[in-house]
Design a protein around this ligand. Structure first.
Ligand code: F0G
Length: 456
């Protein structure tokens, strides 16, 4: 076991450690989550974040070009020979005054981090490049995941790049077609289980244990290492300045967990002098984190969680046969596997959690579409959450806020088209149907209201 980098059980009462050349998705000793831990004193780490800028000039080197691996000194769990890249992380941070106005923030204070620009169209590629690099390290041949869609698309793409077999488990009827089409097109063995994501998540763990498959869900601690780089790129986009807030949708809670770890490590390394606040936004129809954190007051408390409250909550979900339901299918999850790590991140970042309705999500999504880059429904929860937190005065109008747009607009075109054609909201932009006649077309052009860029 390398002593510079190892895996450690999250449970302070256990604290068992394992080498990075071992592959577990739960602590073999107690079943809790695992972390990747670095002994930074024994690793070579740059003394300023600006050091990474030198990599901008070397596009020929795949690892320097990758928006994940150009930060490899901050995720040093394997050598270059195992690192795989397909050009992930070429994503941008862009100020968006349309979104700022919508959320009642000052101009220039709201920025959107568009992770839809990744090769498979979602933030998942940041994590998958790291998970697959570890899969290569442990010589995995067959990987598996449960997914609401984006994970499966990303896994299928990286499995192809690594020459590994992949099986993806999806719930029946709860996956947007853009995502399903990717998994099928990329050749993933696709198992549609009669159930929802939580059922798939349970099954895939059992199957992975039974058949010794390599699990690439965010239970995999190496995947979360890759997702830390989203925060590094946010800082990069701000000239290495720390924003006041990061807002992110919450589903299985991998992103929020990795963001907290990223900032804790940067602070420990002296690479940043303060940590931004974190807001995690649930869909109201899948609001376990909101219920537990905001209503029941569950806190990380250095790992001394009140497990009884959590266990009782889940027992109640089971007893009532509760199923989450939201149009934002990506985050339709009621038993988030990274709950504990997310609670830790909320402690690190003095975080808050909010829930937003499907109507709020659809409206915010339409705003991102009209004034920004477009995104899928789950991603828009971040802007909807910002609007809510501004209305509550939790976030000030002059605070600098970064909303993470987790997935591409074309992931779920049905929702978008229905919103516009069926006039579902104030931003609906219905197409006009006209006779195939020049005068009718001109008449329509002159009467139809346009909406181009009016809110920028
Ligand atoms: N946004 C999008 C577009 C997602 O696909 C997901 C998760 C999330 C947000 C939530 O992120 O789990 O880190 O809190 N999608 C997973 C999947 C569950 O299977 O594609 P999280």
């Amino acid at each position: 076991m390398s002593e510079q980098v190892y895996q450690r059980c999250l449970n302070p009462g256990c604290g068992a450690t394992y080498g990075v050349d071992e592959s577990y998705f739960a602590c073999p000793a107690c079943g809790d989550l695992l972390d990747v831990v670095y002994d930074w004193d024994r690793l070579e780490v740059p003394d300023s974040l600006g050091w990474f800028e030198k990599r901008w000039a070397s596009r020929q080197n795949r690892l320097d070009f990758s928006g994940v691996w150009r930060f490899r000194e901050l995720i040093p769990f394997c050598s270059d020979s195992y690192r795989i890249s397909i050009g992930e992380g070429q994503t941008i941070l862009q100020p968006n005054d349309g979104a700022a106005k919508y959320a009642n923030c000052q101009a220039d204070r709201v920025l959107l981090q568009y992770e839809g620009l990744n090769p498979s169209g979602s933030f998942k590629d940041n994590g998958m490049t790291a998970a697959f690099s570890h899969a290569k390290l442990v010589r995995a041949e067959h990987v598996a995941c449960a997914s609401t869609g984006n994970t499966s698309a990303s896994v299928a793409l990286y499995a192809h790049a690594c020459g590994m077999k992949c099986s993806v488990f999806i719930g029946s009827g709860r996956i947007a077609y853009g995502k399903l089409s990717q998994a099928l097109d990329f050749g993933a063995q696709t198992i549609q289980i009669q159930g929802d994501f939580d059922d798939c998540m349970r099954q895939v763990q059992n199957v992975c244990r039974e058949l010794k498959l390599y699990l690439v869900n965010s239970l995999n601690p190496f995947r979360l290492e890759g997702q830390k780089t989203i925060m590094y790129r946010v800082l990069e986009g701000l000239g290495w300045q720390v924003p006041d807030w990061i807002i992110v949708p919450g589903g299985n809670l991998g992103n929020s967990s990795s963001f907290g770890k990223a900032f804790a490590e940067l602070k420990q390394l002296g690479l940043i002098d303060r940590i931004p606040r974190l807001a995690v936004i649930n869909a109201a129809g899948a609001n376990t984190l909101y219920d537990l954190y905001e209503k029941q007051g569950v806190r990380w408390q250095g790992g001394q969680l009140n497990m009884k409250v959590i266990d009782d909550y889940y027992a109640q979900l089971n007893a009532t046969g509760y199923r989450p339901h939201t149009l934002a299918t990506a985050i339709e999850i009621s038993r988030p596997v990274n709950l504990k790590k997310c609670l830790r991140a909320l402690e690190i970042c003095n975080g808050v959690v909010r829930e937003v309705s499907d109507e709020e999500i659809l409206e915010a999504k339409a705003v991102v579409g009209r004034y920004g880059l477009g995104c899928e429904p789950a991603s828009a929860a971040s802007l909807a959450g910002l609007k809510k937190l501004r209305a509550e005065q939790v976030i000030g109008a002059d605070e600098k806020v970064v909303c993470i747009l987790t997935g591409h607009q074309l992931k779920d075109p049905n929702i978008t088209v229905t919103y516009h054609i069926e006039n579902k909201g104030q931003y609906s932009n219905r197409p006009f149907e006209v006779e195939n006649d020049i005068s009718k077309v001109i008449e329509a052009l002159q009467t139809a209201s346009g909406s181009c860029c009016s809110g920028r």
